[in-house]
Design a protein around this ligand. Structure first.
Ligand code: ADP
Ligand code: MG
Length: 454
């Protein structure tokens, strides 16, 4: 198996384990440079991504490599030369009128704040977005916006569950506007990145630079705004950005996993801004639509799938299109590697039993395994008790969910039966610090993770 195919298989699995924002930000432009028994070398586009991969994602990467048959003594990370990036990758940089050559590349701060922005990915277009039940309305609104940005539905707020096409659709708007007018400055950013850049800007005292950058966009597309919950300073900054753009009739597009009023700790003034325009709910596509999606994704790989296999896949994964696509990619990579024709039998062999399905840990599983480890019940863990015997396991469960599933704080709080997401923030912070010096906490986390991986 060559490095490209191997890495595609590894990334296919990782994509199922981390949030879309994390995947696009940290993994998309990585490459496998070298594999042998002694060493695996992974290439990252810049120092920032390299460090994050080493610090935050090395466990996931190592496990996934092992699952794909690579057990090397060490895994190293290197920065890819810029030239190889331009040649190999499909992403084009964000088009920005004012981002000239004046930005020094050497200062750590500037490479942190600007070189890792991914912006728009050409792979998300209206052409390859399948319209069907669940996404029709959002699609129509996005189409309308791409024809006359800023004119109506401003802001457009699309919300819905994971993997149902929000990012695809809002990126398609940006790509379409650019296709019609190359001179437009379109900024796409995930909220996680926005928060990070804002913090960096303060830290390196580049606040004005940061503000100016976003306020001069013609179209601002901000993904997964739920992650701004609890981040007061960032909310304030975003409020000003929003106003500046809105007053200038610039289009703002926002996505979220819930409607504005359900994002916890969102300041009222920001919430009311989000409700100014149009909020559209997206749902998972129905079976027929999923079949068409599978077919079109397979065609993009130039693979013909028999009809029963298309139906098998569309029936097998029902809500999350990202998972559906992940399963399809795995199937295609596997059949290419083994030189087999993709069939229902092959898919069943790959995904049929729960065990061999792409590992997708749920928050509930973490709660269950944590309860088991500490000999307490799930009910106690998610219930009102505040005894130390319950509180610490509860906090550990939150910590593991955050680190393994990269879930948002409000969701984590909900999984553990807490109303207030700040509980999750404090718990995760506390355990994060404790595990650094407390071997008991560390070994508990290790043991629970072990239970999760079997
Ligand atoms: P979300 O942002 O809602 O979590 P994404 O936009 O990332 O979901 O979609 C997940 C994957 O599923 C993407 O690769 C996307 O291309 C694909 N996808 C989702 N809906 C559709 C659709 N209607 N047509 C084609 N591809 C889709
Ligand atoms: Mg998304």
């Amino acid at each position: 198996m060559d490095n490209v195919a191997l890495w595609r298989a590894v990334l296919g699995e990782i994509e199922l384990m981390v949030s879309q924002g994390n995947f696009v930000t940290w993994f998309k432009n990585t490459r496998l440079i070298k594999v042998d028994d002694n060493e695996v070398v992974i290439g990252a586009p810049n120092i920032f991504i390299k460090q994050q991969l080493e610090r935050k994602f090395s466990d996931i990467i190592n496990q996934t490599l092992i699952k794909n048959g690579v057990a090397a003594d060490r895994v190293e990370y290197k920065i890819l030369p810029a030239s190889s990036l331009h040649r190999k990758f499909e992403d084009r940089p964000v088009v920005l009128g004012h981002e000239g050559s004046s930005r020094p590349n050497t200062a750590a701060s500037s490479s942190l704040t600007h070189s890792y922005r991914q912006g728009l990915s050409e792979k998300y277009t209206f052409d390859n977005f399948i319209v069907g039940s669940g996404n029709e309305l959002a699609h129509a609104a996005c189409r309308a916006i791409s024809q006359s940005p800023g004119a109506k539905y401003n802001p457009l707020f699309v919300y819905g569950g994971v993997g149902i096409g929000k990012t695809h659709l809002i990126q398609a708007v940006g790509n379409e506007i650019l296709a019609q007018n190359k001179g437009r400055s379109i900024v796409y950013i995930s909220t996680e990145q926005f928060v990070q850049e804002f913090l960096d800007a303060i830290r390196y005292k580049k606040n004005t630079d940061f503000a100016g950058y976003y306020r001069t966009a013609d179209v601002l597309i901000i993904d997964d705004i739920q992650f701004i919950a609890g981040k007061e300073k960032t909310q304030e900054e975003f409020f000003h950005t929003f106003n500046a753009l809105h007053q200038a009739n610039k289009q703002i597009i926002i996505s979220s996993d819930t409607r504005p009023k359900d994002i916890p700790t969102l300041t009222d003034r920001l919430r009311s801004r989000f409700e100014w325009g149009m909020a559209i709910d997206m749902q998972s596509p129905d079976f027929e639509t999923r079949c068409v999606i599978v077919q079109s994704k397979a065609q993009a790989h130039e693979v013909d799938l028999p009809h029963d296999l298309v139906e098998y896949l569309a029936g097998f994964i029902q809500t999350n299109i990202r998972e559906l696509e992940g399963a399809l990619n795995q199937l295609i990579a596997f059949s290419e590697m083994r030189k087999l024709t993709p069939t229902v039998e092959l898919a069943q062999a790959l995904f049929g039993s729960q065990k061999s399905r792409p590992k997708h840990i749920t928050a509930r599983q973490v709660v269950e395994k944590t309860a088991k480890h500490f000999h307490v019940s799930v009910e106690e863990l998610i219930g009102p008790k505040r005894d130390k015997e319950i509180v610490v396991p509860r906090q550990i469960a939150m910590y593991i969910i955050r680190n393994e599933l990269h879930m948002s704080f409000p969701k984590i709080a909900r999984e553990l039966g807490r109303k207030d997401h700040t509980t999750a923030i404090h718990s995760i912070d506390k355990i994060g610090k404790e595990q650094a010096f407390d071997p008991d906490v560390r070994s508990a986390i290790g043991a629970i993770k072990e239970r999760l991986s079997v």
